[in-house]
Design a protein around this ligand. Structure first.
Ligand SMILES: [Zn+2]
Length: 189
């Protein structure tokens, strides 16, 4: 049996993106709070459906737009950052890196994410997983082989994450069982 043939579709530019605030911790420092107009591109590849397309462009664009809207005009909070003390209050999130870097943010202005740092790489990973969840909910894209998300932070900086969706072999299935065990119980996007 030969290797299955593969096609690829790409959605990018237009209104695919979100404007959000974040900061990154790195090398023992914490960036000041700031924002980006993030651009999003999504590539999906795999065999053709019986109707000769990889995935309905409209379905994919709608899902990506919906997910971008959840992050738009909000602060992207990395819940699992080992250098940040994160406290959940009734109506606010309190973050403390050190005495000079402390924030109290209204919950309505925050998207809590189950990631260690709100880097473009992690945002691409998170978005890719959420897109696949939404596709599964709609029974779309079952035969996709790969989905890649690119998050453009500035015009010259884009990070990509690729999710391999081909059916796992018996040996890799066991390794992948607990990939998402760190997701906290409260509502995260
Ligand atoms: Zn930044």
């Amino acid at each position: 049996m030969g290797r299955p043939m593969s096609w690829k579709i790409l959605i990018e530019r237009g209104n695919l993106g979100f404007s959000s605030a974040h900061f990154i911790t790195f090398d023992g420092t914490c960036e000041p709070l700031h924002g980006h107009n993030y651009g999003v591109r999504v590539e999906a590849s795999g065999p053709l459906t019986p109707d000769s397309y990889v995935l309905d462009f409209v379905v994919l664009k709608n899902i990506v737009r919906e997910l971008c809207k959840e992050w738009d005009h909000r602060f992207l909070l990395p819940l699992n950052n080992p250098h940040l003390r994160v406290t959940e209050h009734d109506t606010a999130w309190e973050l403390e890196y050190d005495a000079e870097n402390r924030y109290l943010l209204a919950k309505t202005a925050v998207v809590p994410l189950p990631v260690d740092n709100a880097t473009a790489e992690r945002l691409a990973e998170r978005l890719a997983k959420r897109i696949v969840e939404r596709l599964r909910e709609r029974n779309q894209g079952q035969s996709l082989a790969r989905l890649t998300v690119g998050i453009e932070e500035t015009e010259m900086q884009t990070a990509f994450y690729t999710l391999d969706l081909s059916p796992p072999t018996a040996s890799t299935a066991a390794d992948e069982q607990d990939t998402e065990t760190n997701v906290p119980a409260h509502g995260t996007s």
